[in-house]
Design a binder for this molecule. Structure first.
Ligand code: RUB
Length: 318
């Protein structure tokens, strides 16, 4: 694997690159870098090399179907129904991969614009929005609502253990939005000031459940109890088609050192799950690039726009 791929994997693991969209984009760029630098002598060897690269990238964070879907889609076009590599010259194959990388980049930019548009329409004038962690999709919606003159206020949780909420607070305040930073455990105390909750998405499963940064499920539960709207901004590529085939979305368990120094707690088990699962009944709607949908309708919308055949069967041709 080339240097760009190795660095991308390490940056994704350390959260230097964070948020599902940024992770997927970086992974696709790395796939392109591998395609450019490949010394393979045949198209078969070339695709094997790219498959290995895609697998290594996909494993860097297990709860990221957007990255898996993007890599999967980029490669599966080159395999025939029976799993053999389609006949093509090496230079043509390289060009096809790079075209896929470029078209993915354009597609995510376009979907972000559409989500920002649909999302901003859902934000009432003068409202206060509570958000959690850092989602580039959420900040795009909030910045658009601000540009439309909606005079919004945003409350950000700090998001333990690695404080991605600080990124959100800095980004929104720099854009001129009135921003308040709170500790995660203060959400209930601030709910009286909040009009709606808006978070991103790492994954959506076949039941319409949301898998997002740890703490999201608690936030959704509190919002539900307070009868507040709870939205998740998510392009359809966050849907994990493997969950249609009985796979349970894996929850990444991260290094315990992120929570506390284990040497200071010799007899304590330290746990650090990165994500949790929010039930569909606590979610008002998903804001997607094709419009706003109830969680129960997300699969129908996703299957209209994407090929939902079993990606592993398609890719491996088994
Ligand atoms: C980030 C997080 C974000 C989603 C969506 O977690 O939970 O809400 O990834 O982000 P982490 P985006 O910091 O662990 O990656 O909208 O940018 O895809």
């Amino acid at each position: 694997m080339n240097r760009v791929v190795k660095r991308t994997i390490s940056d994704i693991k350390s959260l230097k690159i964070q948020g599902a969209r940024n992770v997927a984009r970086a992974a696709m760029q790395a796939l392109g870098a591998q395609a450019r630098s490949s010394k393979a002598k045949s198209t078969g060897a070339f695709f094997k090399e790219l498959e290995r690269t895609a697998d290594a990238l996909a494993e860097s964070r297990p709860t990221e179907p957007m990255m898996r879907n993007a890599l999967e889609e980029a490669l599966r076009r080159f395999f025939s129904e029976v799993g053999a590599v389609k006949p093509t010259s090496l230079s043509e194959a390289r060009k096809q991969v790079l075209d896929e990388v470029n078209s993915f980049e354009k597609r995510v930019e376009q979907s972000k614009k559409m989500i920002a548009k649909f999302g901003a329409e859902r934000i009432p004038k003068g409202s206060t929005i509570l958000t959690h962690c850092h989602s580039s999709t959420v900040t795009a919606i909030l910045k658009r609502a601000h540009k439309l003159g909606k005079k919004i206020k945003v409350i950000c949780t700090e998001t333990r253990p690695l404080y991605q909420g600080h990124i959100t607070a800095k980004e929104l305040s720099s854009a001129g939005i009135k921003t308040t930073l709170i500790i995660d455990s203060a959400i209930k105390s601030f709910m009286k000031d909040v009009d709606l909750v808006l978070v991103g998405a790492d994954a959506i499963n076949s039941s319409g459940e949301l898998i997002n940064k740890i703490g999201t499920a608690t936030l959704a539960f509190v919002a539900y109890e307070e009868e507040l709207k709870f939205y998740s901004a998510a392009e359809l590529f966050k849907f994990d088609p493997l969950t249609l085939w009985g796979t349970v979305e894996p929850i990444e368990e991260r290094d315990r050192e992120e929570v506390a120094n284990p040497r200071k707690f010799p007899k304590v088990e330290i746990k650090n799950p990165a994500f949790d699962v929010t039930p569909a009944r606590h979610i008002t709607a998903y804001i997607t690039e094709y419009g706003v949908v109830a969680p129960q309708s997300l699969f129908a919308l996703a299957s209209k726009h994407f090929d939902m055949s079993n990606p592993y069967l398609t890719k491996r041709g088994k």
